[in-house]
Every structure is written in C-alpha cells, then in structure tokens.
Design a protein around this ligand. Structure first.
Ligand SMILES: Nc1ncnc2c1ncn2[C@@H]1O[C@H](COP(=O)(O)OP(=O)(O)OP(=O)(O)O)[C@@H](O)[C@H]1O
Ligand SMILES: [Mg+2]
Length: 309
C-alpha cells in the first residue's frame, strides 16, 4: 500500500483498542510517519487522557493547537471547551462561559447520555470540514468506551427528533459512516483477550454504527527469532565456554521466548480467521516504555509495514 494513499484515504483516522495495547504510542508514531511524507498532521487527544504530549517531550496539551514536531500539530479536546466555542460561534459566548462556571454543562451531559461525546465528535467533524490538516489522528478512549463514544450520534438521533442536537448528531454520523472522511484503526496486542475484544469492537463499530475499518495494528509482536534450543551445542560452535549457571539460564530464557513467540503466532492465526482485515505489525521494543527518542524508528517501522501491506 502506498503510505501517502493510506494516510489520505480518509481525513480522520480514529485509533481505538483495548486499554494499554499501545493506541497513544501508535497514534504518535503514525503522526510522525505521515509528517515525514510531507503531510500536515493534527493529533487529537480526547479529554486529556494518555501520554501523547509525553511522547513529544511535553507535559500536557491544550484545547488550542500547538506544534509538536515538524508537520505535527496537536490539541486536546474537552466537551466543555467545545461547547463554549460552539455557543460563541452562534452568538452566545458570555452565556456559555457562565454555563461552564455554574456546572450546567455537567448537569446537561449527565441528564442526556452522549451529550459530551457528541460535543467532542462535533468538534472533530468541524476540524475535518474546515480542512484543519491533511491527516487528523484521534487517540480514542479504550474500546468499551470507544464504542459508546462512537455510538452516541445514533443514540441522540433516536432521542432528539429535531433542533441543533439532532443536526449535530446527523452530521457527525455522516462523517463517521463516510469511508472517504473517516476510518477506524483498531489496535491490539497478539494476545487472547485483546484479540477477543478487538473482534467484538470491530463488529460493533462496523455493523451497528457503519464505520469503515482500516488495517488492524498489531503491536508488541516478538521477532520470530528463536534462541537456540540446544545452548550447549550453539556455545560449542561459537567457541564459547559456558559455566553451568549461565547455560541453564540461557536454556530457560530460550524456552520461555519460544513459548511466547509460538503463543503470539497462534493468536495471529486466530485473528486472521476471525477478522478479514489487513494487518500491520509493530515489534515489541526491549524497553519498559517508549519515549520521544523511540518515535522516529517507530514511524519508519510503520511506514515499512504500510508499504508491505
Ligand atoms: N511496541 C512497543 N514496545 C514496547 N513498549 C511499548 C510498545 N508499544 C507501547 N509500549 C508501551 O506500552 C505502554 C502502553 O502504551 P500506550 O500508552 O500507547 O497504550 P494505550 O493503548 O494508549 O493505553 P491507554 O488505554 O491507557 O490509553 C506504554 O508504556 C508504552 O510505552
Ligand atoms: Mg492512551
């Protein structure tokens, strides 16, 4: 797949998946990858969760956008600020500020499920309509919440028959269900529970909401490179003398890695059977957490995976 075509096939890419599978990390990596192709990228964080700013050496993001790297801008959306902006654009600025200060937004959104979500999605739709960037990458909430989040316009359409909420929900739904404007990139690790959740989320998003699913990103895949099972013989061949303690430790490590690689491979086969989507794999890094310094290599790996897909 041509990477530029991949990134521009939809204006908005929503990166979603189970908690902790690497959504934020891959959103950052994809952003840098798209920017390296000369595309103008906007990263969107929802309600200040997750470590997106940290991956670019920042403490936090704000509602107003800022530049994180060449070609990469980012902003953190909140429902309150989206509402203030919406009302100000419609001539109710001072009133909106008072609504926030008195906690009225909280009351309204608690009373009408999906209100906060529609404010956030409405803002994303507005950014897309305004051509805010060539590529808008949204770091979505974890899967259970992502399904609720993306289902909100349908729920509100059923609940509210007319008026601004109805038209906002309708316009958001038009964005979500138009493959040329929006696609979901689901992220998983090669493990049983995340894959089960991924498959369930995929069917919910596609069948119930009508979202278009892009390739699945499988993160943390161990290289299919086994340590030798017969450590003694391998050491002999290499002309290395191992004492018993080291040899045993290597044998244990070798067996452990082989078991994990095999388990991941069988989960990947299961994923192939359950979900007929293109797969992009990202290798597990031998580090406790990815930081800013790891991003360029991650972006290159993603580009290579897209090219090979
Ligand atoms: N390929 C990888 N190799 C090594 N570590 C990784 C890899 N991908 C992600 N990580 C690490 O795994 C942890 C979880 O990643 P991340 O925060 O991106 O997940 P998430 O899906 O956004 O989590 P949450 O659901 O909490 O928002 C982080 O510490 C991150 O640095
Ligand atoms: Mg995250």
């Amino acid at each position: 797949m041509d990477p530029s075509a991949f990134f521009t096939s939809s204006a908005v890419h929503i990166v979603a998946g189970k908690g902790g599978v690497g959504k934020t990390t891959l959103t950052a990596g994809l952003g840098l990858a798209a920017a390296s192709l000369g595309l103008d990228v906007l990263l969107v964080e929802i309600e200040g969760r997750g470590g997106l700013p940290g991956l670019f050496g920042r403490n936090r993001l704000h509602y107003r956008e800022e530049t994180l790297a060449q070609g990469v801008r980012a902003r953190s959306l909140s429902a309150e600020e989206a509402l203030v902006e919406y009302l100000a654009d419609h001539g109710f600025g001072p009133l909106a500020r008072r609504m926030i200060d008195t906690g009225l937004v909280e009351v309204v959104s608690r009373g009408a499920p999906g209100m906060k979500d529609i404010l956030l999605l409405g803002k994303i739709k507005q950014l897309e309509r305004a051509g805010a960037a060539d590529v808008i990458l949204v770091d979505a909430p974890a899967s259970g919440h992502a399904v609720t989040f993306l289902r909100s316009p349908r729920g509100l359409l059923d609940a509210v028959a007319s008026g601004p909420i109805n038209s906002q929900a309708r316009e958001v739904l038009e964005l979500l269900t138009d493959a040329a404007r929006c696609q979901v990139l689901l992220v998983t690790t090669a493990e049983e529970t995340p894959i089960n959740e991924l498959v369930e989320t995929a069917f919910s998003l596609e069948d119930e909401i009508g979202l278009h699913l892009g390739p699945v990103l499988v993160n943390g895949v161990l290289p299919d490179r086994h340590l030798p099972a017969d450590v003694r013989r391998a050491a002999k061949r290499a002309g290395v003398v191992l004492d018993v303690g080291v040899r045993r430790a290597l044998e244990t490590a070798s067996a452990y890695v082989r078991r994990r690689v095999d388990a991941q491979q069988s989960q990947l086969s299961r994923l192939d059977e359950l979900l007929p989507l293109t797969r992009l794999t990202v290798a597990q890094r031998p580090t406790a957490g990815l930081a800013h310094a790891h991003l360029p290599a991650l972006a290159d790996e993603l580009l290579a995976a897209i090219r090979a897909a």
